[in-house]
Ligand binder design. Structure first.
Ligand SMILES: Cc1cc2nc3c(=O)[nH]c(=O)nc-3n(C[C@H](O)[C@H](O)[C@H](O)COP(=O)(O)OP(=O)(O)OC[C@H]3O[C@@H](n4cnc5c(N)ncnc54)[C@H](O)[C@@H]3O)c2cc1C
Length: 556
């Protein structure tokens, strides 16, 4: 425990007072709690779900699993933990990841400070006391010096506004809000709307059970085979032995938080045969690292076309009906400019006699009838409907909280034209409010656990720095924020990413501003920037000491 006094001396009388309130108990909120408690701080975590785990608590759809290998998609902060946990498969299923998260909660005794089934509705900053008042769904208000939003980038499920949806007489499921009890589709005609990552994982599994499956596709996505398999103990041991280097590389050198062999050349530096052999090798290995075949796939359109063409050919080879194959071949965006998917038998599923693909770009969904999805040309009869329609990504869960900073201004007012942050960590006008993996940081473009750990460590150190100096508020300066927002945009526009209508751009949400939200500069580069900012006395942040705090600093 720290010898420093708790920071909670300024709070209004009556309300429960904390040093830090953390919103969300997924990977981010849990590790944040662990680190802050280690500093001797009084912390309260609120989680609206009935248990810990975030993404892995909510996304229980058939086929749900991670697409970064589990030996890497796991916490690195405790060597004992990473040495003792036995991942069973290359990509663990949701149930196993949830078991792991629960194990972490118990092993580090996190539960006593986590309040479940409670939503944070509102947080208001009081300039007179430099504290936040946080109001929760049970009607209580507590005060706190700091608020950390660990609310998740993909946690606000998007339900599309389709005419007639409430009148559908069968069950409607959202992949991001799946029931806890098993769902049995045996004998049913099932419709799946959406063909992003969740659909690509669930479609092959649902197809095995359902009498008939109709997949409604607006945009075809590129998907690479996962080549999932059981992990052998030798494979696990190899990782465990090399963890120091694997984790160091992922944090410091990689672009995406994944330890992988990096390409040494561009796609057009190789001749046709060599290039094809390289793509073939990556395709056979499987997984997200397909995009690491060459170092310019996301920068150069001609290079990108060569990789996209290769995957389109693979789709044509796998899918027997040429019309269906054509529809499954993405033509409207560069490969990798939308989140690339990883699948098990997705394309082959369309060879099954009980699976139909409907292109709703040309034959749009008009309405949902009590027993069918009506597209312009026809009624597709179904008994159950699965919405694999994704999330209001990156800002959706933050926007649902009424956050009032200086002068009573809300964050939603400030972000009306798109999110503005400094380093993705703080937004000017909102002192002592941190966001984990916020817009303007690598977040969803990375192995998110690497990015989460980096943010949590950085925030922990910033708070410790303030406590040691008796500082009370920390806030992004307008100038630093403007510079960072411009930089994030500039880097994004030097790539092919903005060419796709993706959720990185907010393009899946009607009316959402089109701003490229994550930072593309790379995990290693970004981390160095954050470390330097801290080493230079938190350059670009304004830290101030209240009178009481200054006295405390002087006397200690
Ligand atoms: C199906 C799926 C597969 C994924 N696979 C990968 C992968 O392989 N690799 C990868 O890097 N990333 C993956 N991701 C991204 C994943 O979201 C992150 O890896 C990680 O789990 C995020 O953790 P988090 O704690 O930041 O957020 P979350 O896990 O989303 O947790 C946030 C929590 O905050 C809670 N919350 C939000 N608002 C409030 C509020 N107002 N009050 C109280 N509680 C609130 C939510 O209920 C949620 O439980 C995947 C995402 C999905 C949906």
């Amino acid at each position: 425990m720290s010898a420093l006094p708790s920071m909670s001396g300024h709070h209004a009388a009556g309300a429960e007072a904390y040093d830090v309130v953390v919103v969300g108990a997924g990977f981010a909120g849990m590790y944040m709690l662990h680190r802050l408690r280690g500093q001797g701080l009084k912390v309260r975590v609120y989680e609206q779900g009935g248990d810990v785990g975030g993404t892995w608590y909510w996304n229980r759809y058939p086929g749900a699993r991670c697409d970064v290998e589990s030996m890497q998609y796991s916490y690195s902060f405790s060597d004992e933990l990473q040495q003792e946990w036995n991942w069973s498969e290359r990509y663990a299923p949701q149930s196993e990841i949830l078991r792991y998260v629960n194990h972490v909660a118990d092993r580090f005794n996190l539960r006593p400070d986590i309040q479940l089934s409670i939503r944070v509705d509102r947080a208001v900053f009081a300039e007179s006391t430099n504290t936040w008042s946080v109001t929760t769904s049970d009607g209580k208000t507590v005060t706190t010096n700091f608020v950390v939003l660990a609310t998740g980038c993909l946690s606000n499920a998007r339900v599309p506004d389709i005419k007639g949806l409430p009148d559908f007489k069968g069950q409607v499921y959202h992949t991001g809000h799946w029931p806890h009890e098993p769902v049995d589709f045996t004998g049913l005609r099932v419709g799946v709307i959406g063909t992003g990552s969740s659909a690509i994982q669930s479609v092959p599994v649902i197809a095995e059970q359902a009498r008939h499956l109709t997949v409604f596709q607006r945009t075809a996505n590129f998907s690479i085979p996962a080549r999932n398999a059981e992990l052998t103990s030798e494979e696990r041991e190899a990782f465990r032995k090399n963890y120091p280097e694997i984790r160091r590389f992922a944090r410091e050198e990689s672009r995406n938080g994944i330890y992988a062999e990096l390409p040494d050349r561009g796609a057009l530096d190789d001749g046709d045969n060599a290039r094809r052999a390289k793509y073939e090798q990556r395709w056979t290995k499987g997984g997200l690292t397909f995009m690491l075949a060459y170092n310019n796939l996301i920068l150069d359109k001609a290079a990108n076309d060569s990789a996209a063409g290769f995957v389109r050919e693979k789709i044509a080879e796998i899918v027997r009906d040429p019309e269906t194959a054509k529809r499954l071949q993405p033509e409207d965006h560069p490969i990798g400019s939308k989140r690339i998917c990883v699948d098990t038998e997705y394309y082959a599923t369309f060879n099954r006699p009980n699976v139909t693909l409907v292109d709703i770009k040309s034959d749009s969904v008009e309405e949902i009838l009590p027993n069918a999805v009506r597209t312009r040309s026809k009624d597709h009869e179904i008994d159950a409907l699965v919405l694999a329609t994704g999330f209001d990504a990156m800002t959706g869960s933050v926007a649902r909280i009424e956050l009032r900073g200086r002068e009573g201004r809300t964050l939603n007012q400030k972000w009306v034209e798109g999110p503005k942050t400094y380093l993705g960590l703080m937004s000017e006008g909102f002192p002592n409010l941190f966001i984990i993996t916020g817009p303007g940081s690598p977040s969803v473009l990375s192995n998110m656990i690497v990015s989460i750990e980096q943010h949590v460590d950085w925030i922990t150190e910033a708070i410790a720095f303030m406590r040691e100096r008796g500082l009370e508020t920390m806030e992004a300066s307008r100038e630093a924020e403007d510079r960072w927002v411009a930089h994030v945009n500039e880097v994004a526009h030097a790539t092919l990413y903005p060419q796709a209508n993706s959720w990185y751009m907010g393009a899946n949400i009607p009316g959402k501003p089109r701003i490229f939200m994550p930072y593309i500069g790379g995990v290693g580069v970004y981390r160095r920037t954050c470390t330097e900012v801290a080493a230079n006395g938190y350059e670009g942040f304004v830290m101030s000491a209240a009178e009481r705090a200054q006295k405390m600093a002087v006397s200690s």
